[in-house]
Design a protein around this ligand. Structure first.
Ligand code: NAD
Ligand code: UFG
Length: 338
């Protein structure tokens, strides 16, 4: 199939391009490079030994999308494009709502006009209310988001669900990612955050490589196994395969459906630091700091629905995630800026 991949130059998008090409699909990427580098796509081509069609531009540019649909016989789309930094969304809500909601709306409008009605959407575990018991299933309560970024995902899910309800020809998979980490095993592509990383794994790997002095562990008094926050970390290549599985599902099913993409296992910050040091035989200096505002103690998935309906399951271990994150970081200490 010819798959339109918005945000395909980004972290998850680039890894998904590799899996799509390996599965025999064609990859057509639209990305404005707001948070990525075109070099990532060159490396995707190197890994897969196949070409990626790349259109540099904004998904909210309806004329650009029309041109892409004119020039390529698109069968379905994966919509990764969006802004994803939680604290930035608090200080720049208008940018986040504009980018994340209007990109989804523009894409759907063009798809509907072209009669292309299969869509995979990048959602997040952040749509779940913090009041839920663990593990989170797709039936857990959503909403009560704690930041504008979370609301943009919640609203996009609502919008897509309403679109599928109004027109029974749509097939939409809402993929709720837990915490993607790791990199392609080649070390050629990986996560390359701009500025100081917000997320745990890039902070750990940048500390290990000497770009940061020490990791701050946000909170040591949570009601968890060792007092530090617990999350469901998933290898980005497993996540990428989840998208290929979702496309298969869309061919057989109509309507909108949500799926958790996680491992079902909770790992604490200290366990992650320990696993990274052990897997890579490298030191990660850290100190304890106060809790980070907006953080929950524990978040992990019940991924059984994805296993049953998408026939997909995360396979890689925590050691794989730590090893591959480090491999990428070590080979590319400055990310794609090298
Ligand atoms: P990323 O920033 O690496 O990738 C997003 C890509 O979209 C970037 O290449 C960026 O340049 C592009 N982009 C942004 N706005 C655009 C626009 N208007 N038009 C065209 N391109 C645009 O982020 P990622 O980690 O790969 O995340 C991909 C998607 O998954 C995002 O929607 C994100 O919200 C979602 N998600 C990510 C995580 C995570 O922890 N990484 C967790 C849950 C959900
Ligand atoms: N943490 C630290 N130090 C750091 C960074 C993080 O101790 O420097 C801790 C956090 O307090 C938390 C855990 O590591 O306990 C994971 O934090 P991340 O920032 O890596 O991930 P979050 O679970 O907070 O959020 C991520 C994405 C969100 C997404 C969510 C659920 O950033 O966009 O996963 O998918 F919504």
């Amino acid at each position: 199939m010819n798959v339109l991949i918005t945000g395909g130059a980004g972290y998850i998008g680039s890894h998904t391009c590799v899996e799509l090409l390996n599965a025999g699909h064609a990859a057509i990427v639209v990305d404005n490079l707001a948070n990525s580098s075109a070099a990532a796509l060159k490396r995707v081509e190197r890994i897969a030994g196949k070409e990626v069609a790349f259109y540099e531009g904004d998904v909210r540019d309806e004329a650009l999308l029309d041109r892409v649909f004119d020039e390529r016989d698109i069968d379905c789309a994966i919509h990764f494009a969006g802004l994803k930094c939680v604290p930035e969304s608090v200080s720049k809500p208008m940018e986040y709502y504009d980018n994340n909601i209007n990109s989804t709306l523009t894409l759907c409008r063009v798809m509907a006009r072209r009669g292309v009605k299969r869509l995979v959407f990048s959602s997040s575990a952040t749509v779940y209310s913090a009041q839920n018991a663990m593990p989170l299933s797709e039936n857990s309560v959503t909403g009560d988001c704690t930041n504008p970024y979370g609301w943009t995902k919640y609203i996009s899910e609502r919008l897509l669900t309403d679109i599928a309800a109004a027109d029974g020809e749509w097939s939409i998979a809402l993929l709720r990612y837990f915490n993607p980490i790791g990199a392609h095993e080649s070390g050629l592509i990986g996560e390359d955050p701009r500025g100081i990383p917000n997320n745990l794994m890039p902070y750990i790997s940048q500390t290990a490589v000497g770009r940061r002095d020490e990791l701050t562990v946000y909170g040591s008094d949570y009601d968890t196994k060792d007092g530090t926050g617990v999350r469901d970390y998933i290898h980005v290549m497993d996540l990428a395969k989840g998208h290929v599985a979702a496309i298969g599902y869309l061919l057989e099913h109509r309507g909108a459906a949500a799926f958790n993409l996680g491992t079902g296992k909770g790992v604490s910050v200290l366990e992650m630091v320990e696993a990274f040091q052990r897997a890579n035989e490298v030191a990660v200096p850290f100190r304890f700091g106060p809790r980070r505002p907006g953080d929950v103690a524990t978040c992990y998935a019940d991924a059984s629905r994805s296993e049953k309906l998408l026939h997909w399951r995360a396979e890689k271990t925590l050691e794989d995630m730590c090893r591959d994150s480090w491999h990428w970081q070590r080979l590319n200490p400055q990310g794609y800026g090298e």
